[in-house]
Design a protein around this ligand. Structure first.
Ligand SMILES: Nc1ncnc2c1ncn2[C@@H]1O[C@H](COP(=O)(O)OP(=O)(O)OP(=O)(O)O)[C@@H](O)[C@H]1O
Ligand SMILES: [Mg+2]
Length: 391
């Protein structure tokens, strides 16, 4: 089973049980695709590298796999420096979007390939186990072309996992599948990862996919990691406008810092004083500084004018409903505020409250502990899904 790289015991060298990237940089001529990346991927974790097209995800994976040479920086795995190791000598396997199965070999032989090449004994037992794991034991004698996309993807997974890599790299493995199958495969891959307990590094530009599958997400933008953490942590407390907009949606309202009081930063937000918990205020916090007050659409409450709501923060008057989309589980409102901005409000359709109509006057409010404060120098539209914004 074991194909574990020898763990070096060089004294004085910081040892990390996992995949570690330090100052990893890749330049293509004058263009820097990956900029001095630092990343720690703990052993056994399901790690997602999430970012828009062209941000450098594939380039990063290819450097880890040894298919691309870094311009500078280091890659270590279990304390061993593999930056210049030949690809086939790295305990790393990659699953690509296009599966890259051997069309002339049947499923069994596709999965067996790595073991046969290494002249391994007990091929049959290992292949049977793998086919079992990916639930394709009844398909062993079919050719890849006779399988569905989701099944082919599972063959690709089995073919990589049978080599017992320390790290499995997945580059948009579900990109070719339709939405429903994708959702099913996300759960399936997560189950397999939990079962085998190996480190998975999963590259995707789909934020829902990353949140569903990963323990830790690194949000990548233009060659750098903007923020890293557990999905809920990133969603609840984004530190940049890019993360606030790329991972879900956010309302960002301009405000001016008006000092600190205990654990909160006070911000004058278009005439209403908002309180932001200091651990969620990602600004320097000096008096008079501009910032973006952020609040997620589902955290915003919409109310009749003057109605008191379960939100201890002050409500903001003067809103007018400018758009209503009923989407079944929820209703999504746009509320035009007195300062001209449209605020997004998502309300669960519990049946407890009536729907508001376009043109109605409303108040909005939210619990201050849900809001966050971002640097005003950042673009408030960074990371916004252009299709969403246009619709
Ligand atoms: N061999 C190359 N030569 C020149 N530029 C390259 C090369 N490979 C990648 N790039 C550039 O580097 C940037 C990052 O590419 P990369 O493939 O890593 O992006 P990505 O995040 O994987 O995007 P996607 O989500 O579209 O797959 C892109 O601007 C790309 O054009
Ligand atoms: Mg890519």
């Amino acid at each position: 089973m074991s194909q574990v790289a020898e763990a070096p015991t060089r004294s004085g060298v910081e040892s990390y049980e996992g995949l570690r990237l330090r100052s990893l940089t890749k330049q293509f001529a004058a263009f820097t695709a990956v900029k001095s990346l630092d990343l720690d991927v703990p052993t056994g974790s399901f790690f997602a590298l999430l970012g828009p097209s062209g941000c450098g995800k594939t380039t990063t994976l290819r450097m880890v796999a040894g298919l691309e040479t870094p311009t500078s920086g280091t890659i270590t795995l279990s304390g061993k420096d593999i930056t210049w190791e030949k690809p086939y000598r790295r305990p790393v396997n990659t699953v690509f979007q296009n599966y890259a199965l051997f069309p002339h070999l049947d499923i069994y032989e596709n999965v067996a390939f790595g073991l046969r090449r290494r002249k391994s004994k007990e091929v049959d037992k290992a292949v049977r186990e793998m086919l079992d794991l990916v639930e394709l034991d009844t398909q062993a004698r079919k050719k890849p072309a006779q399988l569905s996309g989701g099944q082919q993807q599972r063959v690709a997974l089995a073919r990589a996992l049978i080599n017992s890599p320390e790290v499995l790299l997945l580059d948009e493995p579900l990109g070719a599948l339709d939405l429903k199958l994708r959702r099913a495969m996300q759960i399936e891959i997560k189950r397999i990862q939990t079962e085998v307990g190996l480190t998975f590094v999963h590259v995707t530009h789909d934020q829902e996919e990353a949140m569903t599958m990963a323990d830790t997400i690194a949000v990548m933008n233009a060659g750098v990691i903007e923020q890293m953490g557990a999905p809920a942590e990133l969603y609840d407390n984004p530190q940049t406008t890019f993360v606030a907009n790329f991972l879900g949606q956010s309302n960002l309202i301009e405000g001016t810092v008006r000092g600190r009081e205990g654990d909160v930063v006070k911000v004058d937000m278009q005439g209403t004083i908002a309180s932001i918990p200091t651990e969620r205020a990602h600004v320097s916090g000096t008096d008079g500084e501009l910032g973006w007050v952020g609040i997620r659409p589902e955290k915003v409450l919409i109310a009749e004018v003057g109605e008191s709501l379960d939100a201890p923060g002050s409500s903001i008057p003067g809103g007018v409903v400018s758009d209503v989309s009923f989407v079944g589980v929820s209703t999504q409102y746009l509320v035009r505020m007195p300062w001209g901005q449209e605020i997004q409000v998502f309300e669960q359709n519990t049946g407890r409250r009536r729907l508001f109509r376009q043109g109605e006057s409303v108040d909005i409010s939210w619990r201050p502990e849900y809001s966050f404060l971002l640097d005003h120098n950042q673009d408030a539209t960074a990371g916004v899904d252009k299709e969403d914004a246009a619709s």
